[in-house]
Design a protein around this ligand. Structure first.
Ligand code: GLN
Length: 536
């Protein structure tokens, strides 16, 4: 039995350098070399999970099949690796402290003083090695959130330092990602921030094995030599990560730079033959050769920060490539859409997607956007709250149920077409208490979704409290809005479709969490196909 090996990825100089994409790219390359790989993210914030965070704070909350609310980097891992992650792939400081405090309350520490070292660091180490215990993986890549030098990151860095000794230095390596800024006034690339950042890691007892340098310009051999010399790494272990147009190019660039071979060499593992990355390259070719533009409106309320809709935006890119078109997404703030300006704002789009969300703000604008799409026969895709808005719109404007609403927004509505599930009624805690994760959905034959998926049973991920109220289903179906996907056990409505419309689909689940580069999501593909057929 091979021992699981660990790659730790840390970051220095600034945040947002793309550790997640580098980790995911390395994972992809190692998978293609025949190794079993997974990626884990350690987040230094005190929230137990990002489920309670406003998307403005931390971007999208990504949901795994086992129902964990996780960091959006896990989305990148799944999209690149084409393999599911789980709760064990995301650890936060909040979760670490919660379990240490629970153990303390149980008396597990036998009267000892509970301290950051060893109790917190032991718990971090336990979580890191937990994924490796089942012999499912040859290599585990562990990305450490934050930037070296942050107070919050210190226990994680210390845990990594200890693990290198616990697991053996030949079984672990550290990749440090930094920035090489370009000073335009003098026309120079500067390595000093990298040198300082590595010094800071050394102060914490960690010598990185590889350096990945983010840069806007090519790094000359001399510059790399200088970094290697000052930072005690081999010249070949200084890897350049130059800015690219799309994140999907990064694995190919990292292969050219030899990131995977260097990692395997340091881990004393066999590199074997260089993989052709055939499927990946095919996707890239489709992506690059897709020129015809298809304008799509994404109507939401967290539009100022694109990370809020990360998985949806990536799914649209995947679907565009599969259709040979370039999806041009415009994020539109739902608060700006009113009845009298809907045509002006939405008139130029070939597809309208109404996004997931929570709470009252911007809800009427979303409902107005659905009305515009329905009446003008613009391909429409409603996701979670987007479906709920479509249901409300139809009730109000077609079924003539005037004040129809979701009880999330109006608990006194006469027509609660979207209502709280029975089991949600007693729930008071907000964290981790929604309907979360993968559930089965059976599809109606002959429907748009059945055609798109090409199968009768699917499994999709959820993150919501409210549901379609089945008391109204007959009325909807009589008027041409039909349920085409239901949960086979609970009979909850999962999908609604509008008849006599080019493509009008709302899903209670989040298909965007399952779209990957190698398996773009069928519903996004079908939506973009309909949008592409709309104009031209
Ligand atoms: N707020 C809605 C609910 O909780 C929709 C959630 C969502 O769009 N993810 O049911």
């Amino acid at each position: 039995m091979n021992k699981t090996k660990y790659v730790f990825v840390t970051g220095g100089v600034t945040s947002s350098l793309g550790k997640g994409i580098i980790s995911a790219s390395l994972g992809r390359l190692l998978l293609d070399r025949g190794y079993r790989v997974t990626i884990q993210k350690l987040d230094p914030y005190i929230n137990v999970d990002p489920g309670t965070l406003n998307p403005y704070e931390h971007g999208e909350c990504y949901v795994t099949d086992d129902g964990a609310e996780t960091d959006l980097d896990l989305g990148h891992y799944e999209r690149f690796l084409d393999a599911p992650t789980s709760q064990a792939n995301n650890v936060t400081t909040g979760r670490i402290y919660q379990s240490v405090i629970n153990k303390e309350r149980r008396g597990d520490y036998l009267g000892k003083t509970v301290q950051v070292i060893p109790h917190i660091t032991d718990e971090i180490k336990r979580r890191i090695t937990q994924l490796g215990r089942k012999d499912e993986y040859d290599i585990i890549i562990t990305e450490i959130g934050g930037t070296v030098g942050d107070i919050e990151s210190l226990p994680y860095i210390e845990a990594v330092r200890q693990l290198r000794w616990d697991l053996g230095v030949e079984n672990t390596i550290v990749i440090h990602l930094t920035l090489v800024p370009f000073l335009s006034a003098s026309g120079e690339l500067k390595t000093k921030p990298t040198q300082h950042s590595v010094k800071m890691l050394l102060e914490n007892g960690i010598q990185p094995d590889l350096l990945v340098l983010r840069t806007e310009h090519e790094l000359a051999r001399d510059l790399r030599k200088k970094v290697a010399l000052f930072c005690n790494v081999e010249l070949d272990a200084v890897i350049q990560s130059i800015d690219v147009k799309t994140i999907y190019e990064v694995p190919l660039l990292m292969q050219e730079e030899g990131l995977d071979t260097m990692v395997l060499k340091k881990l004393q593992m066999n590199a074997g033959k260089k993989p052709a990355l055939k499927n990946w390259r095919e996707f890239m070719n489709k992506l690059k050769s897709s020129e015809r533009e298809v304008p799509v409106a994404l109507v939401g309320k967290y539009v100022e920060l694109h990370d809020s809709y990360k998985s949806i935006l990536e799914s649209l890119i995947h679907a565009g490539a599969m259709n040979g078109v370039k999806v041009m997404v415009t994020c539109i703030h739902s608060e700006s859409i009113k009845t009298d300006n809907a045509a002006e704002i939405l008139g130029s789009y070939s597809g309208i997607l109404v996004a997931p969300g929570f709470g009252d703000r911007g809800i009427e604008g979303k409902i107005t956007a659905v009305k515009y799409a329905r009446e003008n026969k613009v391909p429409f895709f409603g996701i979670c709250l987007g479906l709920q808005c479509a249901v409300i719109e139809f009730a109000r404007n077609v079924l003539n149920l005037e004040d129809a609403h979701s009880t999330e927004m109006n608990s006194f509505t006469k027509h609660p077409v979207i209502d709280l599930m029975e089991e949600q009624k007693g729930v008071t805690e907000k964290g981790g208490t929604m309907r979360l994760g993968g559930y089965a959905c059976s599809l109606k034959k002959g429907s748009l979704v059945h055609e798109a998926y090409g199968t009768e049973m699917v499994r999709e991920r959820h993150r919501h409290r409210y549901e379609f109220n089945n008391d109204y289903l007959d009325e909807y179906e009589k008027k041409g809005m039909v349920s085409t996907g239901i949960n086979p056990e609970s009979e909850l409505v999962e999908i609604m479709e509008k008849r006599d419309h080019p493509w009008f689909v709302g899903t209670q689940f989040h298909p965007e969490y399952r779209s990957t580069v190698l398996h773009p999501h069928p519903l996004f593909i079908a939506f973009i196909k309909a949008a592409a057929e709309q104009k031209g």
